[in-house]
Design a protein around this ligand. Sequence first.
Ligand code: PBG
Length: 329
Amino acid sequence: MHILHSAISNEVTRDWQDINYQITPKNLMYPIFLTEDENEIEPIEAMPGISRHGINRLKEHLEPLAAKGLHSILLFGVITSLPKDNMGLHADSPQNPVINAIPIIRKWFPDVLIACDVCLCPYTSHGHCGILQSNGSINNPASIKRIAEVALAYAKAGAHVVAPSDMMDGRIGVIKEELITNNLAHVAVLSYTAKFASVFYGPFRDAAKSKPAFGDRKCYQLPSGASGLAKRAASRDVEEGADMLMIKPALAYLDIVRQTKDAHPEYPLFVYQVSGEYSMIYNAARSGAFDLKAAVCEALISMRRAGADVIISYFTPVVLDWLCLRSKI
Ligand code: PBG
């Protein structure tokens, strides 16, 4: 008979079994929504506790986090009064909130790494992530050309990392090429490698005002059972020169995280604990179903255990607080 409970019968033996998958500031990236109205703070209804910030309100938000060790941020632009069109003109225009914010954030927080989400959906009139043909399907060559232009603009503005989330075929190679040709080879590419078509993005589309005007994203985001396609996508992105890989969402896709880490152990692996995962845990804790900290920590540890090196999480501010209190995570 194999007795296992003897191995966890007291706190010390339990601790020995509990492999220490650390969560440190280095393992966290904080997503930020930037509005064009520079003086605005707009709470996001579907994501209690999270707001969109105008650049003039960002310093007061980030300062305490930087003091607690904030390592990296992921910027999303949100436009409301600038017009949206079929090419996503304002994804890289001089009025784009991300382009304007990057140099300012760099100056304020020289030690914080800045990554930029690269996509067209917050800027296109149709709300899709690429450029459409007249029949409504994706025009892939035109899309990746445009996506690469946008990535280049963020890199020129001073982004340390560009993170294409559009899922168009071939965009990693084209972005890399564009960066190298323009003397920006030092800018890293974090590929949203396996991005599944997920209901868990619901609150984000409210946050980024990027809901598709018609149809859905199932033609370019992966079906939830597509572990084979996720594998092919990872090999392809590696071949095209991605520096880092990402799986998204996180909690429902931990097997994909493990499969990707095992196949490409030499690449830092990111997971995105997306808006719906945030809202789900937050609301369940608020309704008394469980303790917020215990739930967040368990979820984050599961992601580290599955092989994630960095977790993109809206919980980053509270986790930094907990880390500062030196409580066990
Ligand atoms: C844009 C993008 C999305 C997310 C990140 N980048 C939405 C989508 O693809 O529908 C989702 C992030 C979240 O839910 O927190 N392409």
